[in-house]
Design a protein around this ligand. Structure first.
Ligand SMILES: CC(C)(COP(=O)(O)OP(=O)(O)OC[C@H]1O[C@@H](n2cnc3c(N)ncnc32)[C@H](O)[C@@H]1OP(=O)(O)O)[C@@H](O)C(=O)NCCC(=O)NCCS
Length: 228
């Protein structure tokens, strides 16, 4: 008995849909989650690179899809007023290409969050990463009450650093962190590396195409903002 409620009524992240020119960002249902796992399993970066803080792309093939699903189910299950992450599936001209997310804690006090993203290897280097980040930041500032957006990338991640700068983020310090070793090292482990941090404020956002949004009011209610 569902009393006529849809999944998106119960969990409004699933009802969010944002389009801007050729890109669409949308809440991730389970079928899309499995498609994203398959896209990621086909490659997100080369063998000798490690763009992430957590080495999720190095999971063995026999567990890759399950671990990807379980990670996202965990993110959904922990969505609450003290901390939440909004991960959205990205389509480009209708084709699923990757994800764009933001993570925040104590949002109603901080009005800040940190963006993170990936694209399947064959979709990289075509401007999609720039478009999806512009779209996400416009959504956060114009519709979801954000006042600051941060991001970070290892200093040698040329594409991610370039996207942050192109979208208007300003450098905001360099920190030293443990970084997972790439697959090419042949062993699990971590080594110290430098992470460039970035800060974007609304006036600095370099905007892309105008946004069309659906499902924003319900999402505003979910994160504790006034609706209407
Ligand atoms: C980071 C990522 C999302 C960027 O998306 P993208 O679509 O590849 O980036 P774009 O095509 O929009 O490129 C943006 C800028 O970066 C530059 N760039 C892209 N790849 C580059 C590279 N390997 N070296 C130098 N510059 C690069 C482009 O030239 C472009 O600048 P320009 O328009 O002035 O020429 C994507 O590359 C990716 O998923 N990488 C692997 C995962 C990852 O690193 N995630 C982020 C973790 S912090």
């Amino acid at each position: 008995m569902t009393h006529g409620r849809t999944l998106a009524d119960a969990f409004p992240v699933l009802g969010l849909r944002v389009t801007a020119g050729p890109v669409e960002l949308r809440g991730i249902d389970d079928d899309t989650l499995l498609e994203l796992a398959e896209l990621a399993a086909q490659g997100v970066h080369t063998f000798d690179a490690m763009p992430f803080l957590m080495p999720w792309t190095l999971a063995p093939a026999d567990r890759f899809h399950r671990q990807y699903l379980q990670y996202h189910w965990g993110v959904r299950s922990r969505f609450g007023s003290e901390a939440w992450s909004l991960d959205l599936a990205v389509r480009h001209e209708g084709e699923l290409v990757g994800t764009q997310g933001v993570a925040t804690h104590d949002f109603l006090l901080t009005r800040s969050g940190e963006t993170g993203s990936w694209l399947g290897l064959r979709h990289q280097g075509k401007g999609i990463g720039t478009l999806m980040r512009q779209t996400m930041c416009a959504l956060l500032f114009d519709h979801l009450g954000f006042e600051r957006v941060e991001s970070a990338a290892w200093v040698d991640n040329a594409a991610s650093n370039a996207v942050s700068r192109k979208v208007g983020y300003r450098p905001n310090g360099i920190v030293r962190k443990p970084r997972p070793l790439p697959a090419s090292s042949g062993e699990p482990g971590r080594a110290a590396a430098l992470e460039q941090r970035y800060l974007l404020e609304p006036a600095d956002l370099v905007r892309g195409p105008d946004l069309q949004v659906e499902g924003v009011d319900a999402l505003r209610g979910l994160i504790g903002l006034p609706v209407g």
